[in-house]
Design a protein around this ligand. Structure first.
Ligand code: IVH
Length: 673
């Protein structure tokens, strides 16, 4: 890695941070959106080329998924506040004491308690009972407009039920991702070689800031509502408890474990009950929000420093830790050949879950913390879902009685090939593509959508084919015959035919998909396209040396070294020759494959369409080769507007973007009656 790259990345990060601060916090942008995007992409490309430069505080890592451009700003009608914390019973009592000095009535006031969901705060504007605009919290005063993404969340009512809502209001709530969905999303990301989300909160925040609402929909986010800020008209409620009931009646989800108490002592008694409940919940939560029930007292108590209301507090619980024995350090071999160390533990109960393994990240971390086999270790499972080894517990342990410092194996534990540790990387790799540890992951990846797109070839099928000895690598897929498949369990004649024909169809995929599918380290989707476009054929790429690959714009020395090493490895060369003999396409088409009537077009949908749901309209556009975006910009080709189209229609008009109706959309995609 060059010094220059590190310095450039540092400078880009500083410029982006400064620009972001000016834009959001000071409300005084210093650079244009386009300039921001350019810097952002340069940093992204640098970090992709030098993964060791990536740092968790980089602007590219701020949200779960990279956001290519800034979302439009949206000031909140009233600030979105945060909460003070209390970690003990004493701190909670002191909170009431302080409040009572200002407003003595709080001593006899009732309180509410709701589970504090760990997600992303949002504000939803309703006018005449219809959802019009939605925004993230942002800096509390100004958020980002994410209306289309919020519409893609099923818990967000588009029209309110019942009656009695203020003519205009902001509803506040928390968007979250249940654990089940979190696991599913991370499994998919792992399959696609994308970085995993550390916790459901990041996954939810990332999902909200997608530029394409179709992606938000896929995350299947949920929302609880917990507050109302009237803009016009008033709220017919005297207490927070009544507000929650109203929200529920209007069609919102409200935190189901909420309770009301006559006095703080009663809350205190119930706290341990809430604490015990948290590990059992299907979503991430880190405490209980306690609020003074009577709304009139909220005004009297006021807000500290413009940020924290005195009338509410978060009673937080420390994440649970446990101490257990680390039996062995084991190695998993991933698709890219990375050796991932993990701890096999003596099973222990943490937050209601039996934990028998924990991640150890990489060898440097093991060395730094001096974690050894046989040690007693502290394990934490803080909503983070993947348990972590915090440290060895060495009090009273005779240093001579400990095991030896851990050493990563020099040979792949699955196939015996000597492992490589690239300079400046914390990971060791097995470079043998036929390594059984890599094979399963590798074949599933090869078949995945952005690679060779072989429908019906997921983990279960691949495992079945491997176990039956029908395949050992991806080249074997092209020799599969339907009559051998039907001999297997759960393979009807039809599904066998379908699989073989899906495999057959994959022969025509472009070189870039094949390159991505082969799982060359550091070669993600974008890099695969760069390489395929530059070299045109597999033969040309294989003939190119490290230097020539390094010279491709957008590709740095790390990628070049990894790609060159991959194509030099004799086993990989043999596999590629077999793919060629099976008739797999080795060429990249000149222009990006153009197809349907809307290929290359970006459409935005707004309002309620007469017959199509938003999902149906999105599918039609995407099936015709188009893209559906959440916000209107100069790059939008057309806006499909239905009834009650709001700010997007105005924006389209002001930017002179074409506006069409549903009938015209149907005509364009060839679905007219
Ligand atoms: S009340 C008083 N109620 O916690 C106004 N917040 O740390 C503050 N949160 O930004 C919000 N569940 O995102 C409130 N039942 C609940 C909540 C809740 C989760 C989040 C919210 C807020 C953050 C403050």
């Amino acid at each position: 890695m060059t010094r220059g790259a590190a310095e450039r990345a540092d400078s880009l990060r500083q410029q982006l941070e400064r620009a972001g601060h000016a834009y959001y916090a000071l409300d005084a942008p210093e650079i244009s959106d386009a300039e921001y995007d350019r810097l952002f992409r340069e940093l992204q490309a640098l970090e992709e080329a030098h993964p060791e430069l990536r740092s968790p505080d980089s602007p590219t890592q701020r949200v779960g998924a990279p956001v290519a451009s800034i979302l439009p700003k949206r000031p909140h009608h009233r600030p979105m506040l945060s909460l003070a914390n209390a970690f003990t019973d004493e701190e909670l009592a002191a909170w009431e004491e302080r409040n009572a000095r200002l407003v003595p009535e709080v001593r006899t006031a009732s309180y509410t308690a709701e589970i504090k969901i760990d997600g992303a705060a949002v504000s939803l504007t309703y006018e005449d009972g219809r959802f019009t605009v939605g925004a993230t919290r942002g800096n509390g005063l100004v958020g980002e407009e994410i209306t289309a993404n919020l519409r893609a969340i099923s818990d967000v009512p588009l029209g309110l039920k019942g009656r009695g809502w203020p003519r205009a209001m902001e509803v506040r709530g928390e968007v979250y991702m249940p654990y089940a969905g979190f696991t599913r999303v991370n499994e998919a990301r792992e399959r696609d070689g994308e970085p995993l989300f550390a916790n459901p909160r990041n996954a939810a925040a990332g999902g909200l800031r997608q530029l394409d609402p179709a992606l938000t929909r896929k995350r299947r986010l949920r929302m609880f509502a917990f507050a109302v800020e009237p803009i016009e008209g008033s709220l017919k409620a005297r207490t927070h408890w009544e507000v929650l009931d109203l929200l529920h009646d209007w069609g919102f989800q409200v935190e189901p474990h909420r309770e009301r108490f006559a006095e703080l002592a009663a809350v205190q008694e119930r706290i341990s009950g809430f604490e015990a409940m948290i590990p059992q919940l299907p979503f991430q939560a880190d405490g209980v929000v306690i609020k003074v029930d009577r709304l009139a007292l909220h005004g009297e108590l006021g807000v500290v420093g413009g940020r924290e209301p005195r009338w509410a507090i978060a009673r937080k619980f420390a994440p649970e830790v446990a101490i257990t024995r680390l039996d062995r350090i084991e190695i998993n071999v991933g698709r890219t050949g990375a050796l991932n160390p993990w701890a096999k533990l003596e099973p222990v109960l943490i937050s209601g879950v039996t934990v028998s393994s924990a991640t150890l990240h990489n060898e440097e971390l093991i060395a730094q913390k001096d974690i050894r086999e046989g040690d007693r270790v502290e394990i934490i499972r803080a909503g983070e879902v993947i348990p972590q080894v915090v440290r060895p517990v060495l009090d009273g342990v005779d240093p001579d009685q400990r095991g030896k410092p851990y050493r990563m194996p020099d040979k792949c534990p699955k196939c015996g090939t000597p492992v490589e540790r690239p300079t400046d990387e914390a990971m060791r790799y097995c470079l043998n593509v036929s390594c059984p540890g890599r094979v399963l992951e590798g074949i599933v990846h090869y078949a995945s959508r952005d690679a060779m797109d072989i429908r019906g070839l997921g983990y279960e099928r691949v495992r079945q084919l491997l176990d039956a000895g029908l395949i050992r690598d991806v080249a074997d897929l092209y020799e599969l015959a339907p009559d051998r498949l039907v001999e297997l369990d759960r393979f009807a004649a039809q599904s066998a035919e379908q699989l073989v024909s899906a495999i057959d169809a994959s022969r025509a995929r472009p070189l870039s998909s094949l390159l991505f599918g082969l799982g060359v380290r550091h070669v993600g989707k974008t890099v695969a396209v760069l390489l395929a476009r530059r070299f045109g054929t597999m033969q040309a790429l294989m003939a190119a040396g490290e230097e020539e690959i390094n010279a491709v714009p957008g590709i740095g020395p790390t990628i070049a070294a990894a790609a060159a090493a991959f194509f030099q490895e004799p086993r990989n060369r043999k596999l590629i020759r077999r793919l060629e003999r099976s008739g797999v396409n080795f060429k990249e088409p000149r222009a990006p494959s153009a197809g349907g009537a809307l290929a290359g077009k970006t459409y935005v949908i707004t309002g309620t369409l007469p017959t199509l749901s938003r999902t149906q309209a999105t599918d039609l556009i995407e099936d015709a080769g188009g893209r559906v975006a959440g916000t209107v910009s100069k790059k939008t080709d057309a806006v499909v507007a239905g009834e009650e189209a709001g700010s997007k229609l105005e924006k389209a008009r002001s930017l002179d973007v074409e506006v069409i109706d549903e009938a015209e959309l149907l005509r364009r995609v060839g679905r007219t009656a």
